[in-house]
Design a protein around this ligand. Sequence first.
Ligand code: ATP
Ligand code: MG
Length: 198
Amino acid sequence: MEEDIRRVGIMGGTFDPIHQGHLVAASEVADRFGLDEVIFVPTGQPWQKADEPVSPAEDRYLMTVIATASNPRFQVSRVDIDRGGPTYTIHTLRDLRAEYGAKVQLFFITGADALAKILSWKDLDEVFELAHFIGVTRPGFRLSDAHLPADTVSLVQVPAMAISSTDCRARVSRGEPLWYLVPDGVVQYIAKRRLYQK
Ligand code: ATP
Ligand code: MG
């Protein structure tokens, strides 16, 4: 029966660190699409970022847990971290599908920048079979579903948050404040673990 199907959002990211842009996007899509939960999935070693140093997976995982803890609909999954190796979305979707079984509909949430690169993803046909894609607006990037199958992608306008993890890391290394760009607990965790300092 239709009402037995859980609607589950997936928000993949490096989350180095997680910031309010990620949280607003997930919250907005959850509301708009009536999602029962959103699972945040920190990547293992991201293949697009193989040349750039990325913080340890456990630090990125813990920051994601801290940032999402207060929202009963937000969860964090370790599938990509525990699998090890480079993260491909096809593996994330297969693992979550195996974990949740057939009684879920998966919605993969992605920002305009990541959506623009989706055609280069591994096993794209199967990726689109496993989840419906939701592209969200992001300041500085054009949101477009050109070249993507219309019935598998929705585009959603979310409140503009001109925040990136890259900018957050640069701010910390320059000694500038992170308050209100990331949740308070994440500011404190970054200071405690001395992340992003030169
Ligand atoms: P980095 O600068 O290190 O690439 P980032 O801010 O882009 O970090 P990611 O972890 O790479 O964060 O992004 C995870 C997902 O969240 C991607 O789909 C990305 O497009 C989306 N996203 C990130 N920041 C925003 C934002 N400010 N508004 C909307 N979507 C965002
Ligand atoms: Mg990014």
